[in-house]
Design a protein. Structure first.
Lengths: 192, 404
């Protein structure tokens, strides 16, 4: 009895050690594999108007009812020179400087939500300078609600289009300034 | 050239060489008056002897009472409450934040600024007289800071109601919304009914018939547009923006390159109708802190009410654009000096309009700024030229006495 115990124990410890090593190796290999994959990219739509690329991005296109919809609207300087953007009004909700805008359309192309309708504009100028290849992003959340005057009413399940807007902005590159007002192509989303 | 002339020249040269650089060295440490303050002639109310400091004691005249009993609520992005040009005038503040997916608005004490817009507005209203930085339109007024966190109209309505309940007399709003909601309308109406004066920015879209809310609430809110240093309506064609126009526009005030307090504790330029609005809020504070004008005390109660202040303010402007009221300039450029004279034409604060007031205008007659005879006190209608129109204002009120 005691001799068999002695013979089993070393085997058991060795097996345990081996299994532990295998588990650690498996976890490390899985982690390494996942991090080596390119990041998952959600839907994205953009428009190029030299010297900038204006884009809207989301994490996904299918949403549950009441789920918050995250929207990223960005502008990238695609030239090799500095670009200066100047707006005549802007927003600053929750401490974030917001100069872009977005709106939501239903299947009939009716406007049902517009960010700047609900958020007060600060009525002074805002200047943003983008160096070559620099990107500036505004982050928005849409709570699947209508605009005024139904601002707490949730929109029904269905298909909606989301569009990013630069608003009117003076764009300066070198000595030349021109007024730009861009709109991204829409991203279609479905609310179940 | 006589020996006397040579001596005078010698002394003058020595003074120029030795003394002048001393003044140049101290320029940086001195307080500057932003052009907007000077353009609306606010300094004539609190610095009659033009020594760049707020008058004290016997010199203070009607400004003796200072503005300790007048509080301006500033609805904006908060404030840098440790700014050396603001901290003495800030008496407190609140932050208003709306619940997610709800109309319920809460408030707390976190009214710090992270944007800088609110700090800039506060400086135009109330930067203190401290020999450094800038000075505000009403440098002794108390300010109460009201920060809107998500910047919804519900938060604005809650802030207005809070200001009314806490005895603020004036509310300055440099925000604009494109749509109307009933909560904001009722808050403005309630403020008016409780004798609280709301001043709001007209908007920057450079459009006709496009005044933002709450400035568009014509009966309850005074709408302010912006001018530049040429007294033209502020526009910036390069970026496609300009001061909005419309039938609800009441007044204009400076709104281009206004040097004011900045978020980092220093100073910077600020512009557009956001900058114009606090000039008017400051002027209303000066009026409210001063003596009541019997000519405008319609109810004869011996105290100002919003309606009387509004009437005098819009009647004492510098008319711009088309003669009389128009949609581009409203009633014209706000004139702090004329709005605060009690009685009108009392330039030396002697409580009556007499020969001494006529003499002040007569001595500066025909002069323009930067000329040796120029005296801003004599430029009553702030048209930057002392002429017969200034004499007429004094003459028309000659003999009037302020009845305490």
């Amino acid at each position: 009895m005691s001799s068999s115990k002695r013979s089993i124990f070393p085997h058991f410890r060795r097996t345990l050690l081996l299994v532990s090593v295998l588990i650690v190796a498996l976890v490390a290999a899985t982690f390494a594999y996942l991090t080596s994959l390119p990041p998952s990219i959600g839907p994205r739509a953009s428009i190029i108007s030299d010297p900038v690329e204006f884009s809207i991005e989301m994490d996904k296109t299918d949403f549950e009812k009441d789920e918050n919809v995250s929207v990223r609207v960005s502008l990238k300087n695609i030239s090799n020179r500095t670009v200066t953007l100047k707006w005549g009004k802007y927003h600053s909700p929750e401490g974030q400087t917001i100069c872009f805008d977005f709106h939501v359309l239903d299947v009939n192309n009716s406007l049902i939500y517009h960010f700047s309708q609900l958020h007060g504009a600060l009525l002074s100028s805002k200047t943003i300078v983008l160096n070559a290849s620099q990107l500036w992003v505004n982050y928005f959340r849409w709570y699947q609600e209508f605009d005024y005057p139904q601002d707490l009413v949730k929109v029904p399940a269905g298909v909606y289009s989301i569009v990013g807007l630069t608003n009117r902005v003076g764009l300066t590159i070198g000595n030349e300034t021109r007024i730009v007002e861009l709109e991204t192509p829409s991203i279609t989303i479905r609310i179940r | 050239m006589t020996i006397l002339d040579i001596r005078v020249l010698l002394v003058w040269s020595i003074v120029s060489i030795v003394v002048a650089p001393c003044f140049l060295v101290t320029v940086d440490a001195q307080e500057t008056r932003p052009w907007g303050i000077e353009r609306v002639h606010a300094q004539c109310v609190w610095d009659k002897n033009n020594d760049t400091a707020v008058d004290e004691g016997a010199n203070a005249g009607q400004y003796t009472g200072s503005n300790e009993n007048v509080t301006v609520a500033i609805i904006d992005t908060g404030v840098n409450s440790s700014h050396p040009d603001l901290q003495d005038n800030i008496i407190g503040g609140r932050r208003f934040y709306q619940e997610e997916s709800s109309h319920i608005v809460h408030d707390d004490a976190d009214y710090g600024d992270v944007d800088g817009h609110g700090t800039a507005v506060a400086g135009i209203v109330a930067a203190v007289d401290n020999d450094d930085g800038v000075i505000g339109t009403a440098p002794r007024v108390q300010i109460f800071i009201m920060k809107l966190y998500k910047q919804s109209q519900y938060e604005a309505a809650a802030a207005i109601n809070y200001a009314v309940e806490h005895n603020c007399k004036i509310i300055s709003i440099s925000f604009g919304w494109p749509t109307n909601i009933t909560e904001l309308f009722f808050a403005c109406q309630n403020a008016y009914n409780n004798n609280v004066f709301i001043v709001a920015a007209a908007g920057n879209d450079n459009k006709t018939n496009d005044i933002d809310y709450p400035a568009k609430y014509d009966n309850y809110v005074l709408a302010v547009g912006a001018t530049n240093q040429n007294d033209s309506r502020w526009t910036n064609p390069e970026i496609g923006y300009g001061s909005d126009m419309g039938p609800e526009l009441n007044l204009m005030a400076p709104g281009e390159g206004i040097n004011t307090t900045a978020l980092d504790g220093g100073y910077g330029n600020f512009d557009m109708t956001s900058a114009a609005t606090p000039h008017v809020a400051g002027v209303v504070a000066l009026m409210w802190a001063g003596r009541v004008d019997d000519d405008w005390d319609g109810l004869n109660l011996g105290e100002w009410n919003v309606c009387e202040l509004y009437s005098k303010l819009v009647n004492k402007t510098l008319d711009l654009g088309q003669p009389g009221r128009d949609d581009e300039f409203g009633e014209g450029l706000v004139n702090a000096w004329r709005a605060c004279q009690v009685p009108e034409g009392d330039l030396d604060d002697s409580f009556n309009v007499d020969l001494f007031d006529i003499v002040i205008v007569a001595r500066a007659f025909g002069s323009q700024p930067n000329e040796s005879e120029w005296n801003p006190l004599a430029n009553i209608n702030i048209d930057e030229y002392i002429d017969i129109f200034d004499i007429v204002i004094v003459a028309a009120n000659f003999g009037k006495v302020d009845q305490p």
